[in-house]
Design a protein. Structure first.
Ligand code: ZN
Length: 160
């Protein structure tokens, strides 16, 4: 079976930046399981995996436009410390999720000033070219229920 829209795909992967530094990887024996073709993973990786079969290895370089998009300086904002209950414990590098008009977003604290925090709402991997080493460890047809829910059930997936 080949990787195509609405198949459930299991992958082992390692993600590196341009310097060869490992940014992320699937855990040993614990592949990432996703529903192909519905935007659960970045477009460049979906494209690279299309048509592959179990056991195939893919080595792909993905530009920001097909990954997490370009960085946007307008997503950097200054917020008064007084808006945070736990301001004393927040330091540079801390990430948290906030509900915004555009949905939930991850913010990273990039600077701590006397009275303010400077927050970066860009995805941590925005603006980066990503290098993936991927091995397809399984491909199976999705169930009708998985397709209607838009996600995977069972091992590695949701239970509802
Ligand atoms: Zn479900």
């Amino acid at each position: 079976m080949n990787v195509t829209k609405e198949n459930v795909v299991s992958i082992n992967y390692t993600l590196k930046n341009d310097d060869g530094q490992v940014l992320d990887s699937s855990a040993d024996g614990n592949p990432l399981v996703y529903l192909h073709g519905v935007g659960q993973i970045i477009p460049g990786l979906e494209k690279a995996l299309e048509g592959k079969t179990k056991g195939e290895k893919v080595n792909v370089t993905i530009p920001p436009e097909e990954a997490y998009g370009p960085r946007n300086d307008q997503m950097i904002q200054t917020v008064p410390k007084s808006e945070f209950e736990d301001a004393d414990t927040i330091e540079v590098g801390v990430q948290f999720q906030a509900d915004t008009q555009a949905g939930p977003m991850i913010f990273t604290v990039i600077e701590v000033k006397d009275n303010d925090f400077v927050l970066d709402g860009n995805h941590p991997l925005a603006g980066m070219t990503l290098h993936f080493d991927v091995e397809v460890s399984d491909v199976r047809a999705a169930t009708a229920e998985e397709i209607s829910h838009g996600h995977v059930h069972g091992p590695g997936g949701h239970d509802h």
